[in-house]
Design a protein around this ligand. Structure first.
Ligand code: ADP
Length: 493
C-alpha cells in the first residue's frame, strides 16, 4: 500500500526506521533497535533504530556545520523552504494519521495534525522576516541598536501525545529564526517524526539544518540535555523529565531551557452558566486524545445548587460523545472516535488511579473499568467528590478520568482552583461578565477559557503555563523571538 505520491514511502513495510542526520537516513552507530507497540492490538508495529550519545554527537556536529550558512540566509529565503514543506505535510495528513494510529492509537478519522501544522508552518514562515531588533537615539553622540540573533545549535525533545504538532511547534520557529536543530521524538511514537524528516529532505532544506533522532530519554535525551554544543533546548513532557533536563543543563553549559509540562486543570461552573454547553465542553475536554493532553480539564468544580443537574448532563454527554457510531474501536477505522491509551505503562498507571478511587469508596458516575480484553482501552470515567487531597485530585492522570466536586462561593473556588503546583489551563462557565473577568484575573494559569475550555487553542495566541506547568511560550506573535538572543550594539558617532 503506498502512503503518498509525495513521500513515496509505503506503509507498513517501507516505514522509515533509521535516524536522520545531515540529510541522510542512517542506522544508529550501535545498531541497537527498540520496538514500537500498537496499543490497539498489543502487537509490534515496527523496530526502530535507537540513538545513543554517539548519534547525538554526530547530529550535533552536522547541525553545527550547517549553522553558519543557514543563519546567514535572510528570513524570506529560509521561509521559501518551509512553504514547500507545508505543502508536503498537508498532502501527507493521512499517512501521518496511519502511522500515529499504529504507534500511539490516535484514530485516523479525527486526525488533523498534518493539515493544522501546514497552516502553522505557513503562518510562522510569513513572520520569518519580522525578526527585528530596536534602535535608540537617547544617548548623545551614539546610535544604539539591538539585534535578534539565533542561538546556534538547538535541541527539541517531544512527547508521544501529539507528535506532529510538537515537532512543528518547536522546529518551525527555531529553524526559521536561523537556528539549526536536533530533535528527539518519543520512543512511543517515533514514526511520524521520521516521515517528517523525509519531507524535510524532499523540501530540500539544506543538510544538517534539521536532524531527527529516535531514542530513549535517559540515554539519547539526557545526552542532548547535557551536550556542550547545544545552546537551547525545548522540551514538552512530564514535570519529572522537565526537572531532569533543567538539572542536566545546569550541570553542563547552562543552555537555555524552555519547558512545556503538565496540568491539573480546573473547570469551574457557576449556577448561572449555560449548563448543557458546559457539560458538553467538559465531556469533550476529557475525551480529547483519550484524556492524554496536558490541557485536559480534570478537576471540575460545580456550584452546589446545580451539582445534581450538571452531573446528569455531564454523564450523558460523556457517554454519547464517547460512543463509536459503528461496532469496533480500531484506530485505523475512519468511524472510530476514541482510541486506546498510548501504551501499557499509561494504561496501568491510569487503572491504578481508578482502582484506588474505588477502594477509597468514591462514587463513580460512569466508567471505572478497562474496555474489552485486547488493547489498552479505558472507559471514560467520572469520579464524584474525591477528597481534595486525594491523588486523583492532585496528580496528572493523563487519561480519560475526571473528578467533580462542588463549591459554594467564588472566593472559595478560586482558592481551590489555585491550590496546585500546576498552572496551565483554567476555565469557567458563567453568564456574568464581571465575574468572568475577575476569574480570568485570579486564576493562576497560562491560559484561561471563559465559557469554553480545552482543547480550545489557536495557533496565533501564546501557549504555555505558569508555576510548575512550564517556562516559556510557544505559538503566537512571539514564537520566533523566543528562539533568538538579543545583542546590544553601541555605535559612537
Ligand atoms: P512520558 O512518560 O509520558 O513519555 P516523559 O516526560 O517521560 O513523558 O517523556 C517525554 C519525552 O522526554 C520523551 O521523548 C522521552 O524519551 C524524553 N525523556 C524521558 N526521560 C528523559 C531524560 N532523563 N532526559 C531527556 N529526555 C527524557
Amino acid at each position: 500500500m503506498t502512503v503518498s505520491p509525495q513521500s513515496g514511502i509505503s506503509f507498513p513495510n517501507g516505514m522509515e526506521t533509521r535516524l536522520y542526520i545531515n540529510n541522510e537516513f542512517v542506522p544508529s552507530r550501535s545498531g541497537q533497535k527498540f520496538d514500537v507497540i500498537n496499543p490497539a492490538t498489543e502487537e509490534v508495529t515496527a523496530s526502530v533504530f535507537e540513538a545513543d550519545g554517539a548519534d547525538v554527537d554526530a547530529a550535533v556536529q552536522a547541525a553545527k556545520a550547517a549553522f553558519p550558512s543557514w543563519s546567514a540566509l535572510g528570513g524570506f529565503q529560509r521561509a521559501s523552504y518551509f512553504y514547500k514543506l507545508a505543502n508536503l505535510v498537508e498532502s501527507c495528513n493521512f499517512d501521518l494519521a496511519k502511522l500515529e494510529a499504529v504507534s500511539m492509537g490516535k484514530p485516523v478519522g479525527k486526525y488533523t495534525e498534518g493539515t493544522n501544522m501546514a497552516r502553522f508552518i505557513r503562518y510562522v514562515a510569513g513572520k520569518a522576516a519580522d525578526v527585528k531588533g530596536e534602535s535608540s537615539l537617547q544617548t548623545a553622540g551614539f546610535v544604539n541598536l539591538t539585534f535578534r540573533q539565533p542561538y546556534g545549535v538547538c535541541a527539541a525533545i517531544i512527547p508521544w501525545n501529539a507528535p506532529v504538532t510538537e515537532f512543528f511547534f518547536k522546529v518551525t520557529p527555531a529553524v526559521l529564526a536561523g537556528n539549526t536543530i536536533v530533535l528527539k521524538s518519543s520512543e512511543k511514537a517515533p514514526l511520524t517524526s521520521l516521515l517528517l524528516a523525509r519531507l524535510c529532505q524532499e523540501a530540500q532544506i539544506p543538510a544538517g539544518v534539521i536532524n531527527v533522532l529516535s531514542g530513549m530519554g535517559p540515554t539519547c535525551g539526557a545526552a542532548m540535555a547535557s551536550h556542550m554544543d547545544i545552546r537551547k533546548i525545548s522540551f514538552t513532557g512530564s514535570a519529572r523529565t522537565g526537572r531532569a533536563i533543567k538539572q542536566a543543563a545546569l550541570e553542563s553549559n547552562l543552555k537555555h531551557v524552555a519547558l512545556e509540562l503538565g496540568g491539573k486543570n480546573p473547570l469551574i461552573i457557576f449556577d448561572d452558566a449555560d449548563l448543557s454547553k458546559a457539560a458538553n465542553a467538559a465531556a469533550s475536554s476529557i475525551l480529547y486524545n483519550s484524556g492524554q493532553v496536558c490541557i485536559a480539564s480534570t478537576r471540575v468544580y460545580v456550584h452546589a445548587s446545580i451539582l445534581e443537574r450538571f452531573c446528569d448532563l455531564f454523564t450523558s454527554s460523556l457517554v454519547k460523545q464517547a460512543a463509536n457510531p459503528i461496532k469496533g474501536n480500531d484506530p485505523l477505522s475512519p468511524f472510530t472516535v476514541r482510541g486506546p491509551q498510548a501504551d501499557k505503562a499509561q494504561f496501568t498507571s491510569i487503572m491504578k488511579y481508578i482502582t484506588d478511587s474505588r477502594k477509597a469508596g468514591y462514587k463513580i458516575l460512569t466508567g471505572g473499568d478497562r474496555e474489552g480484553e485486547r488493547g489498552f482501552y479505558i472507559q471514560p470515567t467520572i469520579i464524584l467528590n474525591p477528597e481534595e487531597s486525594s491523588a486523583v485530585m492532585r496528580e496528572e492522570i493523563f487519561g480519560p478520568v475526571v473528578c467533580v466536586r462542588s463549591f459554594q462561593t467564588e472566593e472559595e473556588v478560586i482558592s481551590l482552583a489555585n491550590e496546585t503546583e500546576y498552572g496551565l489551563y483554567a476555565s469557567t462557565f458563567t453568564r456574568d461578565l464581571s465575574r468572568a473577568m475577575r476569574m480570568a484575573r485570579s486564576l493562576e494559569a497560562g491560559i484561561v477559557g471563559l465559557n469554553c475550555t480545552s482543547p480550545m487553542m489557536t495557533l496565533d495566541m501564546p501557549f504555555g503555563g505558569v508555576k510548575q506547568s512550564g517556562d516559556g511560550r510557544e505559538n503566537g506573535q512571539h514564537a520566533l523571538d523566543d528562539w533568538t538572543e538579543l545583542k546590544t550594539v553601541y555605535i559612537g558617532l
